[in-house]
Design a protein around this ligand. Structure first.
Ligand SMILES: Nc1ncnc2c1ncn2[C@@H]1O[C@H](COP(=O)(O)OP(=O)(O)OP(=O)(O)O)[C@@H](O)[C@H]1O
Length: 259
């Protein structure tokens, strides 16, 4: 299920503005890859380009390639909706459907994709998915309550459940813990370690300790100045990026000297 993604010579534009320049990165299956760098360097833009989510902004486009297990995601005739089905996304703020029940939140994506399952099969899928998102024990007695009745950390795990219920190959996470308290953050980090057995995970984070704790690979992005494109400066094993980076800019950033 977990798949490799390769970005080559990728430039990402918002209209005439080139926000990200020349990214070359291979993201291996069954790994967590962290994207770090100062504000505005294009981490989120790059993350969203991996499942064509940035295209919801009018005028946004890419040049270059993103290939998933041999398939060009920007190839002619490729439907971005199908791409997003295979590459799921979790956002900064937990965004469960607030009035929908916990149960219905989990199955929302599956229903949207036209999946039809009998009640017993749906029940099983909901339980397995919530177990996979480390949420089952906390919600099993209140599956009919609205998604908004959960704490922030539980809501984020519900969103992760909703994302993994459709069995994507890749899970993109854009600062998934930035709205959460430290305990909920640790719960999500533990979950990522489990999920990487089944999914390729890419996470944008501003939290260096988090990147160091959860990821196998880290990409450091930087920007030369306002209005300039962001660039991938260095991409390597997380232990190298944080312990012995090749580029001075990486070292300055991870050691807290700027950013
Ligand atoms: N919808 C948009 N329209 C036009 N420009 C945008 C849009 N979204 C982002 N940008 C620009 O693209 C560049 C990269 O932004 P992006 O949000 O990807 O950076 P980031 O590294 O994720 O930043 P942060 O850490 O602050 O979230 C910035 O110059 C930003 O202003």
């Amino acid at each position: 299920m977990s798949k490799r993604i390769e970005a080559s010579d990728l430039d990402i534009y918002y209209g005439k503005f080139r926000a990200v320049e020349q990214v070359n990165m291979t993201i291996e299956p069954r790994t967590v890859t962290a994207l770090i760098g100062p504000s505005g360097c294009g981490k989120s833009t790059y993350l969203r380009s991996l499942n064509r989510m940035h295209e919801v902004i009018p005028g946004a486009y890419v040049e270059g390639k993103v290939v998933m297990d041999g398939e060009d995601l920007y190839g002619p005739g490729v439907d971005p909706v199908v791409v997003r089905r295979h590459i799921g996304m979790v956002f900064q703020r937990p965004n469960p459907f607030p009035t929908m029940s916990i149960y219905d939140n989990v199955i929302a994506g599956v229903k949207l994709n036209g999946g039809r399952l009998r009640k017993a099969a749906l029940d099983e899928m909901v339980e397995n998915t919530l177990r996979g998102a480390n949420l089952w024990e906390e919600v099993k007695d209140r599956l009919g309550r609205p998604g908004s009745s959960l704490s922030g950390g539980q809501q984020q795990r519900l969103c992760i459940a909703r994302a993994i219920a459709t069995k994507p190959a890749v899970l993109l996470m854009d600062e998934p813990c930035s709205a959460l308290d430290p305990i909920s953050t640790l719960a999500i980090e533990d979950l990522m370690q489990q999920l990487k057995n089944d999914f390729t995970i890419v996470i944008v984070t501003h939290n260096m300790q988090q990147a160091a704790r959860v990821s196998d690979k880290t990409g450091f992005f930087n920007i030369a100045g306002t209005g300039k494109p962001g660039k991938l400066i260095e991409f390597d094993d997380t232990s190298i990026i944080f312990g012995n980076p090749k580029e001075k800019a990486t070292e300055d950033y991870v050691s807290g000297r700027f950013g």
